[in-house]
Ligand binder design. Structure first.
Ligand SMILES: CC(C)(COP(=O)(O)OP(=O)(O)OC[C@H]1O[C@@H](n2cnc3c(N)ncnc32)[C@H](O)[C@@H]1OP(=O)(O)O)[C@@H](O)C(=O)NCCC(=O)NCCS
Length: 223
């Protein structure tokens, strides 16, 4: 499938989502890779990971960038040479990126029941408002909170951030599509604006039916 969805969040922030339905060769033949990317691609064990990597390059082309405009720092964080901010995510058949003139992070996650079992590894403060008695809402909110923490981690790119102890997400509603989160580090308290959206993996055209919205896309801006 070509581009799955574009979200023009504001005049200087665009989110692009690719749904991977192509073969490796189809994608490979449509992108130009720099030498480092060729090495990375060859070293990847899973073909799904390779396809996700290539589809991110397809997404870059959608907004007039190429792999040659991108580089990674020592921690694996991607940067654009023109100074715009970029963040990348992939999960199963989806790959997504966000490009902005602000500091941004993005994460896409499949909603899965097993997140309940690991909740206490990344949640502390949020247990004050989460309601375990509503399982679907609980799973959705845990997935959003996980995505928020990954997104903030991707913005800050600092070792030593504890998802459980350093990042707090204020109470939010799934219908609200927005939240506020805080990074607490030593004497710093940094706010982040959060936006999230449920993505139906079958097709956007089913959005108005009762199809399960089984992925959640989260993105964060450092305020
Ligand atoms: C790096 C990390 C954020 C990647 O997230 P993920 O959910 O595994 O994978 P995603 O597909 O969402 O993101 C992968 C992309 O993140 C980006 N990325 C990798 N390291 C990064 C970093 N240090 N900073 C910012 N972005 C980074 C890359 O663009 C990568 O994709 P690419 O290499 O193909 O371009 C994650 O593995 C991590 O280390 N998290 C923090 C550790 C932690 O505390 N975990 C859990 C505590 S309970």
């Amino acid at each position: 499938m070509p581009l799955f969805k574009t979200i023009n969040h504001d005049v200087s922030t665009t989110i692009l989502i690719w749904k991977i339905t192509e073969t490796f060769s189809e994608l490979f033949n449509e992108v130009q890779l720099n030498d480092k990317s060729k090495l990375r691609l060859n070293g990847m064990k899973s073909q799904l990971h390779q396809c996700a990597f290539l589809s991110v390059r397809k997404l870059l082309q959608e907004v007039d960038y190429t792999d040659f405009d991108l580089y990674y720092d020592e921690f694996g964080k991607p940067h654009l040479k023109d100074g715009n901010h970029i963040s990348i995510t992939h999960s199963h058949e989806f790959a997504a990126l966000i490009i902005s003139n602000q500091k941004v992070g993005i994460d896409i996650e499949m909603q899965r029941e097993k997140i309940i079992r690991i909740a206490d590894k990344f949640i502390d403060y949020e247990f004050h408002y989460l309601n375990k008695e509503e399982p679907q809402d609980y799973i959705s909110k845990l997935t959003v909170i996980w995505g928020v923490k990954e997104s903030i981690f991707k913005i800050r790119n600092e070792p030593g951030i504890s998802f459980k102890n350093n990042i707090k997400v204020n109470s939010f509603q799934m219908q609200g599509k927005e939240a506020l989160a805080w990074l607490h580090m030593e004497n710093l308290k940094i706010p982040f604006s959060i936006y999230f959206k449920e993505i139906d993996s079958s097709s956007e055209s089913f959005q108005n039916e009762q199809a399960k919205q089984n992925f959640i896309l989260v993105y964060a801006f450092e305020k």
